[in-house]
Design a protein around this ligand. Structure first.
Ligand code: THU
Length: 160
């Protein structure tokens, strides 16, 4: 039996098409990207998170000479938010990434698999979808309406 899964998402050719709060999140993610600690990959990523109370927090990737000890921007921001505001829902996550020496052609940077899994944990916990945006520095933006859309057959606590 053949089955299919499909997702719908928004594509913005330019960030000028975003609404005010989305523009604010893009700006905060870009600012955070500037402070990324990525001496080994020279690939800078920033991530901003909008909470249900309207507050925005941001993080960036943190690398390490022992490579696997580093952490992506998404999880740096996410774990900080989850650690400090465990009972406040996450509404939107905005990721901006690209090489330090940026080229016009660099595409939007989607979260890696491990970050999707981590984000999924909190989407499940809060029982409410998290809107995910990811962008390149040339301001093309992809907007996915839930983390689960990027993670079909996700693993969660129901399997334990
Ligand atoms: N990186 C992120 O911060 N987020 C992603 O979604 C993809 C990759 C970081 C990890 C590493 O510091 C650098 O980008 C290159 O992989």
């Amino acid at each position: 039996m053949k089955k299919e899964t499909q997702i719908s998402y928004e594509y913005f050719k330019n960030s000028s098409e975003l609404n005010d709060i989305e523009k604010q999140l893009l700006e905060r993610a870009k600012q955070a990207r500037e402070n990324a600690y990525a001496p080994y990959s020279q690939f800078l990523v920033g991530c901003s998170i909008l909470l249900e109370n309207g507050e925005i927090y941001a993080g960036n990737n943190q690398e390490n000479a022992a490579y696997p000890s580093g952490l992506c921007a998404e999880r740096t921001a996410l774990f900080w938010v989850a650690a400090n505001f465990p009972n406040v829902k996450i509404k939107k996550v905005f990721v901006v990434g690209g090489p330090k020496e940026f080229h016009e052609k660099n595409p939007p940077i989607p979260p890696c698999g491990a970050c999707r899994q981590s984000l999924m944990e909190y989407e499940t916990k809060q029982n409410e979808n998290i809107e995910l945006y990811f962008s390149s520095m040339n301001e093309e933006v992809v907007n996915v309406h839930a983390i689960k859309d990027l993670l079909p057959f996700y693993f969660d606590a129901t399997f334990l």
